[in-house]
Ligand binder design. Structure first.
Ligand code: BGC
Length: 793
């Protein structure tokens, strides 16, 4: 089964505190947690919609109401009876593992469906629903994560562009394609912060940083929903996976998470919050337990934070069979209790568990659930349907898009170009290996990812066809022919496996060529859901092939395809040019060729740190100080005595990343100078107001010191010292993409307000305290140019 297709089937069942009581109590007692005054999405709060919801709700039977709260795919299966052996469930005549979705649709008992792809199919189900008693349309959702038919880079790659306008454009583009097939709801964006490269789903998010993650989250939501959900080419976003799924212990998929409220609020929640503030119409609950309480039944995050603090007025859908999985988590011994806990926590829609439809009647009869709770859940779903204009326009709009759209190719190509991160570009023969000049007449193109169209589509390849993809081999052959050169292609080895039968041909090609381009890395299946890895090196025997090819002495360009940071320590010492290219999408080959030959320059910056060794994970730049900082000790050498040993370090690897967050080279060079702050002191009363913006302006001069035009992502980092709670050694608080001609200088400006200066204290209050701030502006998280100011009491 091709997993990169959203048609994929799942196994029917995924067999698979210290709670927040303390912090909740603190928040409640002190009355300090701000409760939202305004609903998060104004459109969903429209009186006209409310009137229609009221009128409809009055006419609905219990069965029809429950129908709005269940979601199935068109495959006709769902989770079987939980392993706990629930007698009551087994006795329920409705209990079965096969669900006839069409029959439910005809009876008006199917509120939403997932991953039903194709206008013909959605129409068939929708017609059934529209002919049911109350004519309530079905909402069709799909995993359109990085494109529908025209595919752009995986979200981690897209985040490397640091280009929010681009993300917005791509998201809207995907919506225009998918709505032609009746899809009006995307299970995207995934905004889970990920600081552990072992976690395969790192590929689906924006990486390790909450500030960048929040900016990306907003951009996706704006692109999908625009300002008006009812437009035919707009879709509702489903922000996932709420909450803190990306903190899975040891990077192992679906694993538990456990963290302080400060960390939750400071690191993990900001992107979800940003998406909610941008008006996201729906959220998806996550699989993980958070501090002992599975997110899908966690009233602290679902209700206290999401609804009360943030004013979220959309609805929450569970993740796939996550309601059923509450029995595996051991917090519900039967299906009824799982249903009760999830619904009471605030999960309105049950994706594929087949629990809500079987259990709600019983829970109502036993007075374990109130009709008001059911009604409130139904209301939330109906509001979104009304806002989307589904009652007026239930069917797919326009001509169905069934292939990558030619007019969309330039945009996804640019996205791919912007996503590439040049990690190293050392000289060979007196000048940097990249870009390859037109004097290069023969290129050996080697590796299992050079001509692998399916792999280019990444973990969620939408509904695309591999035949739409341009591979690197195709693009390079075309290009080399145009310039009178040629490509010597050799597969070399497989992505996984240990056969070296292809090595000789690869070595022969390398020896005959002016330069070698190696396309190595992971398969798209090695990241994404259930793609956790404990080893982060090049899989199979690709490393051996790389070493043999490098030993030929030919200049080597290593293109690393992956859904996560990999350990590239050997390559960083022996291979002159290395570029992280993620999974670039439909236009992979053309984008790569453009950058390799210099028609476009790389401008990406890492959204996630690349480790030196797996043992460093979780690894992130915004680390916390320790009482034993390593200071200036040379950590590349083992400790030689007390002073170099009893510090916070490893004895066998340096602490820092091989390639840090924010890092990336281009084909020109940039210099930063003149970092200034607009004031040396800021009175606390002025700073400590949530609405305060532009309190301190940071400026710096950015100069293109190289010989060609280039785009730089200027980054602002902040640290504050002296607070009641220790703060990261630095945190990103601003960025902008700037394009400069050779020799050109420009002043970059960043505004610091309450959101940037504040942090969470031990009472979970977002505060500014009188502390000392240092700011850095530069081209990575290792920026050096700095300025300082104080917040004064
Ligand atoms: C994934 C979600 C996805 C859902 C529906 C789940 O297994 O965790 O990200 O949206 O399936 O396909």
């Amino acid at each position: 089964m091709n997993r990169s297709s959203i048609f994929r089937l799942r196994p029917a069942v995924l067999l698979l505190a210290s709670t927040f009581t303390c912090t909740v109590a603190l928040g409640q007692v002190a009355g300090t947690l701000p409760h939202a005054t305004a609903p998060s999405n104004a459109q969903l709060a429209s009186p006209e919609i409310e009137r229609r919801v009221d009128a409809l709700l009055k006419q609905m039977t219990l069965e029809e109401k429950i129908g709005q709260l269940v979601q199935y795919n068109d495959q006709g299966f769902s989770a079987p009876t939980p392993s706990a052996g629930d007698q009551a469930l087994a006795a329920n005549p409705e209990t079965k593992t096969e669900v006839d979705a069409m029959a439910l649709a005809k009876q008006g008992r199917l509120g939403s469906m997932l991953n039903v792809i194709g206008a013909e199919k959605t129409r068939a189900f929708q017609e059934a629903a529209m002919h049911s008693r109350l004519h309530i349309p079905i909402l069709f959702g799909a995993d359109v994560i990085h494109g529908y038919r025209t595919i752009y880079p995986v979200p981690l790659g897209l985040a490397a562009s640091w280009d929010t306008a681009l993300v917005e454009d791509l998201s809207h583009m995907a919506a225009t394609e998918a709505t032609t097939a009746g899809v009006k709801w995307f299970y995207s964006p995934m905004v889970d912060i990920s600081r552990d490269a072992r976690w395969g789903r790192s590929t689906e998010g924006a990486g390790e940083d909450p500030y960048l993650g929040s900016a990306m989250a907003r951009a996706y939501v704006r692109g999908y929903q625009g300002n008006d959900l009812s437009r035919p080419d707009h879709v509702a976003a489903s922000v996932k996976h709420f909450a803190a799924y990306g903190a899975a212990e040891a990077g192992r998929e679906y694993n538990t998470t456990d963290m302080s409220d400060i960390r939750l609020r400071q690191v993990y929640l900001p992107p979800y919050k940003a998406a909610v503030e941008a008006g996201a119409a729906t959220m998806m609950s996550s699989f993980n337990a958070l501090n002992g309480v599975p997110a899908t039944a966690n009233p602290y995050v679902m209700d206290e934070i999401l609804r009360k603090e943030w004013g979220f007025n959309g609805f929450v859908v569970s993740d796939y069979t996550a309601v059923m999985e509450l029995t595996h988590h051991g917090i519900a011994l039967d299906a009824a209790t799982a249903t009760e806990k999830a619904l009471e926590a605030g999960v309105e829609v049950d994706m594929m568990s087949h629990f809500y439809d079987t259990q709600i009647p019983r829970l109502l009869a036993e007075h374990r659930l109130s009709m008001a709770t059911v009604d409130e859940a139904v209301r939330r779903v109906l509001r979104v349907k009304f806002a989307l204009g589904l009652f007026e326009h239930p069917y797919a709009h326009g001509t169905e898009v069934t292939h990558a759209v030619p007019a969309h190719r330039p945009l996804v190509r640019r996205a791919a170009e912007e996503s590439f991160v040049l990690l190293r570009n050392a000289p060979a023969g007196g000048k940097p290996v990249l870009p390859l000049g037109n004097q290069v007449k023969s290129v050996a193109l080697i590796g299992p990812l050079a001509d692998a169209s399916n792999e280019m589509q990444g973990a969620w390849g939408g509904a695309t066809q591999a035949s739409d993809v341009v591979t690197l081999r195709q693009a390079m052959e075309r290009r080399m022919q145009q310039h009178g050169g040629h490509v010597l292609f050799a597969h070399g080895t497989d992505i996984l496996g240990d056969s070296a039968t292809g090595f000789d041909a690869a070595l022969q090609a390398a020896r005959q060529a002016d330069v070698v381009v190696m396309a190595l890395g992971e398969s798209s299946e090695m990241s994404g859901e259930a793609g956790s890895r404990a080893h982060l090196d090049l899989p199979g025997n690709q490393q051996q092939l790389l070493e043999k090819i490098a030993a030929t002495g030919k200049p080597v360009v290593l293109l690393v395809f992956s859904g996560r940071p990999l350990v590239l320590d050997w390559a960083a010492q022996h291979v002159p040019a290395i570029m992280a290219v993620w999974f670039p999408g439909t236009e992979a080959g053309n984008a790569l060729a453009n950058v390799l030959f210099g028609d476009a320059a790389p401008s990406g910056k890492l959204p996630m740190s690349f480790p030196r060794a797996v043992g460093q994970e979780p690894l992130y730049y915004a680390q916390f100080p320790t009482g034993r900082p390593a200071g200036d000790a040379d950590l590349s050498k083992p400790p030689s005595g007390g002073e170099t040993r009893f510090v916070s370090r490893y004895i066998d690897v340096p602490n820092d990343a091989l390639f840090p967050f924010g890092y990336g080279l281009g084909y020109t060079s940039f210099a930063y100078s003149d970092v200034r702050v607009s004031r040396g002191t800021l009175p606390l009363v002025e700073a400590n107001r949530p609405g305060a913006r532009s309190l301190v302006t940071v400026t710096a001069t950015l100069t293109n010191t190289g010989k060609r035009e280039g785009t730089e992502v200027a980054q602002l980092y902040v640290r504050n010292l002296g607070a009641s709670v220790e703060q990261p050694v630095r945190s990103l608080k601003g960025f902008q993409r700037v394009t400069l001609k050779p020799g050109e200088s420009r002043q970059v400006r960043f505004e610091l307000g309450f959101p940037e200066l504040s942090f969470y204290d031990v009472h979970s209050r977002q505060v500014v305290e009188p502390t000392h701030y240092t700011v850095w502006v530069g081209g990575s998280s290792q920026a050096r140019e700095q300025a300082d100011f104080d917040v004064t009491p």
